[in-house]
Design a protein around this ligand. Structure first.
Ligand code: PMP
Length: 306
């Protein structure tokens, strides 16, 4: 995802107009560009050989609607946004896994960082997308020197475009230092999340993840993993997680729409669980993989056929 994208001339939506992506442009003084005043979603759609199935279509637009409300932006209705995304996935008919990127943004040309009296816009486009992180080989991650944004500074619960500078600083530092990904601590020094993923640990057979007050994005994949774990009879707990629990955990993995479910091999040069993928991670990754490709009737409702 951080590689430059090849020219992608697929159908996109920009403020009421349907155009090829390469013909969509915005004025350079657009408020959202100058001040980061937008919020967005990343949605995956999986091609199973016959159908493109969008994963958690409605849940993503419900979250976008809540992000917009928090940031005092007006989004189209959830139904309208779902219909736009569906049309993009259907018309582009790419016959491969794709990623949909809807954005609610301040399209006004006003000067000054304020959210009121600046007109809002909505866009959505798609692109082909394979794996974001290598999910097979195990991730080599570090605890970031950058602190997670706090809820009282820039709420991570609202998926704000400007907030991703925080992620970009952490991810860049991690990669330059030879790691695959960064784990944020929050302003209380507790484990929060990855630069674009939620985190799970396994301790003594129990699945542990930072709770919703840990300055995380309330991830849709996180919720799916909690559901799968409950259905598989794996005990789960959402609670504050201390930094050194990362070093004592039997298993650690990261989840998100982009990364899907990726196991962690080492944290800050300490192998996790002997540096091999653990059994609970295995079960959950397998169950998630079956569900997203429509092979689990139990979770068929997670998918919307395009
Ligand atoms: N945290 C952050 C900071 C993210 O950017 C993402 C990716 N959207 C996630 C967690 C995972 O969220 P989701 O499962 O909804 O994609």
């Amino acid at each position: 995802m951080n590689k430059p994208q090849p020219l992608n001339n697929s159908l996109a939506y920009l403020d009421g107009a349907w155009k090829p992506l390469t013909e969509c442009s915005l004025p350079i003084n657009t408020h959202a560009l100058q001040y980061g005043t937008g919020c967005f979603e990343g949605i995956r759609a999986y091609w199973n050989g016959t159908t493109t199935n969008i994963l958690f279509l409605r849940e993503h637009f419900q979250r976008l609607s809540r992000s917009a409300a928090t940031l005092m932006m007006k989004a189209p209705s959830v139904d309208e946004m779902c219909a736009i995304a569906l049309r993009i996935a259907k018309d582009n008919n790419l016959k491969q896994n794709i990623y949909l990127r809807p954005v609610v943004y301040k399209k006004g040309l006003n000067l000054g960082p304020v959210l009121i009296n600046v007109p809002d816009g909505f866009m959505c486009y798609s692109q082909p997308l394979g794996d974001y992180l290598d999910t097979d080989k195990g991730l080599n991650v570090c605890v970031s020197s950058w602190q997670r944004l706090s809820d009282n500074a820039l709420p991570t619960r609202a998926k704000a475009t400007g907030g991703y500078l925080n992620s970009a600083l952490a991810k860049s530092e991690a990669v330059l230092n030879g790691f695959d990904e960064a784990i944020f601590l929050n302003d209380r020094g507790q484990v929060s999340e990855g630069s674009a993923e939620n985190i799970f640990l396994v301790r003594d057979g129990c699945l542990v993840t930072p709770d919703r007050t840990a300055d995380i994005l309330e991830g849709i994949t996180r919720q799916a993993i909690l559901t799968l774990a409950k259905d598989l009879g794996i005990p789960t707990v959402e609670r504050p997680v201390a930094r050194t629990e990362l070093y004592s955990a039997d298993e650690v993995f990261l989840v998100g729409t982009g990364c899907q479910a990726a196991w962690v091999r080492a944290i800050d040069h300490r192998p996790v669980g002997g540096g091999v993928r653990g059994p609970i991670t295995d079960r959950l990754v397998a169950a998630y993989g079956e569900a997203i490709y429509g092979r689990s009737p139990q979770y068929r409702a997670w998918l919307t056929a395009a």
